[in-house]
Ligand binder design. Structure first.
Ligand code: SIN
Ligand code: MN
Length: 228
């Protein structure tokens, strides 16, 4: 069971429903996540650049748990990679997701539109993205999920510029936030379908304590709302 460490982490509202909690993950927790991600990156589905329908590939490398995401749907098997069933979504990551909602929105969870329900948050997919110094992520919505539950995002390693936009267009208005190692970012409620992206990673900005040799790791937890 995940027990968040007592610490100075204080939520900062970036927009209604979108909350950053700086330094929420301790260095130890970050190292544990890095170790877990290294294991998941080895299989059953390897960390790889996702192929896009236009023939390109995403610059980040990704591996999924629970449900496999490919543009633009979820499946249990990684049909665009090696056909293997993705690794199970572990119970401890569910606990981490619930603790993240409490940290971001408080026990009531009202700001995230989840009601009193951080306790019933049941993420069933994780997208693990690895960014080298040149990787980016264009503005997009997370909209393949049928559930309206919040997205929980954890950042480890190099800092990045995270852009939180609006729900209508990829363009302005948007807010740029620097996410650093250990930060939690949650977007739910009115921000759940906000466009967002990562225009820049800042190489060499992580300390040695994460155990990463470079680059940025981002883990997003989501409820797909799918069964089967
Ligand atoms: C994502 O939008 O899936 C990832 C965002 C991030 O890397 O911070
Ligand atoms: Mn996203």
């Amino acid at each position: 069971m995940f027990v968040p460490d007592a610490g100075p982490a204080r939520p900062v509202e970036i927009a209604p429903g979108a909350v950053r909690v700086p330094g929420w993950l301790t260095a130890e927790r970050q190292r544990e996540l890095v170790t877990a991600c290294r294991a998941w990156a080895r299989g059953p589905v390897p960390l790889r650049h996702t192929a896009l329908p236009n023939g390109g590939v995403m610059s980040v490398r990704t591996v999924c748990l629970g449900w496999h995401w490919q543009p633009y749907r979820y499946s249990r098997t990684a049909d665009d990679v090696n056909g293997a069933r993705v690794a199970d979504f572990p119970g401890w990551l569910t606990e981490l997701g619930r603790a993240a909602l409490v940290a971001a929105y408080g026990e009531s969870g009202e700001a995230g539109g989840t009601g009193p329900a951080a306790r019933s948050y049941t993420p069933d997919t994780a997208l693990i993205n690895f960014y080298d110094g040149a990787a980016r992520m264009g503005m997009h919505q997370d909209k393949e999920e049928r559930s309206s539950a919040p997205v929980v995002s954890l950042s480890i390693g190099d800092s990045c510029l995270f852009r939180l936009g609006n729900t209508r267009t990829r363009g302005r208005p948007y807010t740029d936030v620097r996410l650093v190692s250990g930060d939690l970012f949650v977007f739910g409620g009115p921000a759940r379908l906000a466009y967002h992206g990562v225009p820049k990673v800042f190489p060499g900005t992580a300390g040695p304590e994460t155990g990463m040799r470079g680059g940025r790791l981002n883990i997003t937890l989501r409820e797909t709302g799918l069964t089967g």
